[in-house]
Design a binder for this molecule. Structure first.
Ligand code: NAP
Length: 422
């Protein structure tokens, strides 16, 4: 499936600050050409683009417009949108394309959210919004309304548009590290039948979590990201990439970047099994109780004894919100994390939640103040509904840690295949 025979092709991603980009990983899976990150200051752009140091490029913020004067020809989409994210040198000329157009078009197909004839609200007016608007127009959207903080249609007069049927978030609101905020409340749009969020970190923004809660079909931006890269790969190599490769790479990245979160009764072995899952899968591990101590320099037991359970739960919530912004971690939660409903959204936003079951007679009670005074049976009866409400998967401890961890990883991989909607 991976394209081979392109080792001599020098490709890369051009931008100013690239940070942690998924693009090298995606392109590595698409083809065997060289793909590097090229961070340039604005005054270095001209020298680089007119030089001979590359064969093909992706371009990102803030250079999607700035590269245009250096190109010989633009594709129709690039011309219409006024932005280029793919450059290819061919026959002594430089060609510019906008593969975000194909990325968003593919995302609509993948999501199965119909847009033809629908009233669509597009949030934001940046480069991504222009691409979204071009695709929606070409797909025959009935009415496209762009919401801007400073425009005629803005967040203060959304009441004009409560009849919106599809909502597209093309703003960075809710994107890591500012997780948990949403540009609009979907409850204002009773006719909404689909939500597309271009953000892919976290996997479920606050907007997508609300869509999930309301039963509205929704999709994040990861598929778009992979589809635009696949389209660029087609231009780089001259041979198109099939949609099955896009599906597969998207599923792989979703699996690698999600957190594996363990919940379960105190003393059921979450930390031990979590550490083993981390070892086998090569992920970092973090124990929420240890993180609590690192953050507050006091143990959960001391807070519970000194200030009461309510204060402890507030502090624990802050810790869980921070931890669950991470990607690709194994996170072991305290046994009572499920007793606060507000912990669900942060844990779920980027994670698969695993409920680890263990025979009650085998639970360890060492140093666990909440277990004192109440039997394991009582606690279990109190919490079982909440564990099940939070959990995506339930695993029973086999008492052989490695076996339990392997079973958990197998169950997660099996679950990932059919999961498409966020
Ligand atoms: P941008 O130019 O930085 O921002 C887009 C627009 O969002 C702005 O023009 C602004 O519109 C609005 N906005 C910014 N901050 C806001 C805030 N605090 N509250 C409300 N609105 C705000 O970004 P972009 O390049 O268009 O990208 C937008 C989003 O799409 C980003 O999250 C980006 O990561 C994502 N994206 C994803 C893909 C993908 O492949 N999945 C591709 C491209 C972009 P107004 O000033 O008019 O309100």
């Amino acid at each position: 499936m991976k394209k081979t025979g392109y080792q001599s092709l020098r490709c890369g991603l051009l931008g100013e600050h690239l940070g942690h980009s998924f693009s090298p990983q995606i392109h590595r899976e698409l083809a065997d050409y060289e793909y590097r990150l090229i961070e340039l200051a604005p005054d270095e752009l001209a020298g680089f683009l007119t030089g001979d140091g590359y064969d093909a490029l992706n371009v990102t913020i803030p250079y999607k417009k700035a590269v245009i004067p250096y190109l010989d020809e633009l594709s129709d989409e690039a011309q219409r949108i006024g932005a280029v994210n793919t450059i290819v040198r061919r026959d002594g000329k430089k060609y510019g394309y906008n593969t975000d157009y194909f990325g968003f078009d593919s995302l609509i197909t993948h999501s199965q959210i119909p847009v033809a004839g629908k009233k669509v609200l597009v949030l934001g007016t940046g480069g991504a919004s222009l691409t979204v608007q071009a695709v929606l127009a070409d797909r025959g959207a009935g009415e496209i309304t762009v919401i801007s903080r400073n425009g005629a249609d803005n967040y203060g007069n959304l009441d004009r548009h409560t009849d919106a049927e599809v909502i597209v978030n093309a703003t960075p609101v809710g994107m890591y590290p500012n997780n948990g905020v949403s540009p609009v409340s979907l409850r204002r749009f009773p006719r909404c039948e689909g939500v597309l969020d271009l953000i892919y970190n976290p996997a479920r923004t606050a907007l997508l979590l609300e869509a999930e809660e309301l039963g509205i079909p929704a999709e994040n931006g990861l598929y778009m990201l992979v589809a635009q890269a696949a389209s660029a790969c087609g231009f780089f190599t001259g041979s198109p990439v099939g949609s099955d490769a896009v599906e597969q790479i998207t599923a792989g990245i979703a699996l690698d970047t999600q957190n594996i979160i363990l919940i379960g009764m105190p003393g059921c072995g979450k930390s031990t099994v979590g550490r083993e899952i981390a070892r086998i899968s090569g992920r970092p591990f973090v124990d929420a109780d240890e993180e609590f101590v690192r953050r507050y320099s006091v143990t959960p037991a001391d807070v519970i004894t000194g200030e009461g359970e309510e204060r402890f739960r507030q502090m624990e919530h802050t810790v869980l919100c921070e931890l669950s912004k991470k990607s690709g971690y194994v996170i072991s939660c305290g046994g009572g994390a499920v007793t606060r409903e507000e912990n669900y959204a942060p844990l779920h936003q980027n994670g698969v939640i695993l409920f680890l079951q263990r025979e009650l007679s085998r639970l360890s009670t060492d140093g666990r103040p909440l277990s004192k005074g109440r039997s394991a049976e009582e606690l279990y009866r109190e919490r079982i509904d909440a564990y099940r409400r939070f959990a995506d998967l339930e695993i029973t401890s086999t008492e052989v840690v490695e076996k339990t961890a392997t079973a958990a990883l197998d169950a997660i991989a099996r679950r990932q295949i059919p999961e498409r909607q966020v």
